[in-house]
Design a binder for this molecule. Sequence first.
Ligand SMILES: [Mg+2]
Length: 102
Amino acid sequence: MTEMRTEEIFKLAAKKWGKTSQLIVALEELSELQVEIAKHLNGKRPDISGLVDELADVRIMVGQIEHHFKCGHLVAARKGFKLEKLLQMVNEPGKDHPVRSR
Ligand SMILES: [Mg+2]
């Protein structure tokens, strides 16, 4: 799937269902991913097929959010910055996990 084709599909989805509706679906898909992660952690999933399915859904919806706000380029730049920051934290000796240390 090319980036151009993906953008075309996002445009068609927004046109058919409306941007607000697509944002609501994005929230739903994020929740579904949360449930799959929880089930995986609780040992209620024998394989990762559900997780893979929800990750795909979330990636599609995140793409639609970026499309809606026309901010994909900003997100890409911010992601690069945050990955570099993560790398620094990973390489810092003795650094606690940012979430677990709270
Ligand atoms: Mg889903």
